[in-house]
Write a protein that binds this ligand. Sequence first.
Ligand SMILES: [Ca+2]
Length: 435
Amino acid sequence: MKLNFSIWVSLLGFLFSTCTAYVATRDNCCILDERFGNYCPTTCGIANFLNKYQPETDQDLQVLENILQQISNSSAITDDLFHQIRNVHVPNRPTQPNVVSAFAQKSRDIIDEVIRYENTIVAHENTIQFLTEMVVSNNNKIAVLKQKTAQLEARCQQPCEDTVQIKELTGRDCQDIANKGARQSGLYFVKPQKTKEQFLVYCEIDSAGNGWTIVQRRLDGSEDFRKNWIQYKEGFGHLSPNDRTEFWLGNEKTHLITTQSTVPYALRIELEDWSGQTSHADYAHFKIGAEADKYRLTYAFFVGGDAGDAFDGFDFGDDPSDKFFTSHNGMQFSTHDSDNDKYDGNCADQDGSGWWMNRCHAGHLNGKYYRGGEYTERDSGPSGYDNGIIWATWRSRWYSMKKTSMKIIPFSRLAALGGGQAGEIKQGLGSRGDI
Ligand SMILES: [Ca+2]
């Protein structure tokens, strides 16, 4: 600005040197201003004028200079701001796909992990729910068991019956006892002829005086009928005063009763299925041979009964010889340790019982106890053969009875039971002249 002021002075000096007339006009005076009057200004006038206005002008110039400096500073600041903004925000700055995809992948991994944890939590919640239900169920069962235990304990408080009432009357068999006046079923001692010692039997005696001797009883599967030769010989299970237990009287005892005299016996087989239906089958002149003959089963003929004649065999449709090889009349007794059957294998071992096996059976009352009746090859074990409590002429061989009994009575008494059956019996007897 000092330089600008010098130019001003030079310019004014030049103008002053050119002023020479008295009367100042615009033609002869380069500077004509009211502030100089009506004459061209002298050098002193110009100097006074400059002295008068220079400070004010300098002040104005200083103000302008300050303003320009401020503007310049503001511009610099603005430039800096623009520069910073450009550095911070670069519109066309290229993206970094690797970084983004890595972050995206990481996010997906985290989400997957969260989902997995959520699924695990749900699974655990289900397991907890299942276990809770099981605990509740078990608690209920425990409560029931506690209740039963309490009931049993209450029953145990009752004095035990260490004696069994055995009737005083005895005889050669139950019919003999009934003939002596007994009219109550229960436990009696019998002593067949030619027998040294008496033994206990359950007698089923009705009001008409018929006395049945029970040789086999199946009721509830409580007794295992897979027994050996000695056990079938001597008998097993339990006799009870009310006939509520399962047993096999024993081959020797049945042999002694049925062969003690020339009096022929009848065998009655009674069956009950799982729907409560009952049936029976009667055989005339039933007899069990001696042990030396392996307790051979013989009878004269099938008397009748709605259960049908399974002892005569059954045609299962597998082979024409089925009926012949499943008949029982004349068969010796077999157990798993005494194979006396007509089969290359061991029927008793295969079926888990003792019975008058042929090859093997159509009637089999010592078989395995199957609850509900129906059973399958798979249920019967590795052999896959029918091994239930079977009477094939009444129910399929894949149906096992709920209850059975085998009982004997002198044959003459069976004929006296009356009904159409009696006529049938008498007809049969007449043809043989046995009575
Ligand atoms: Ca054999």
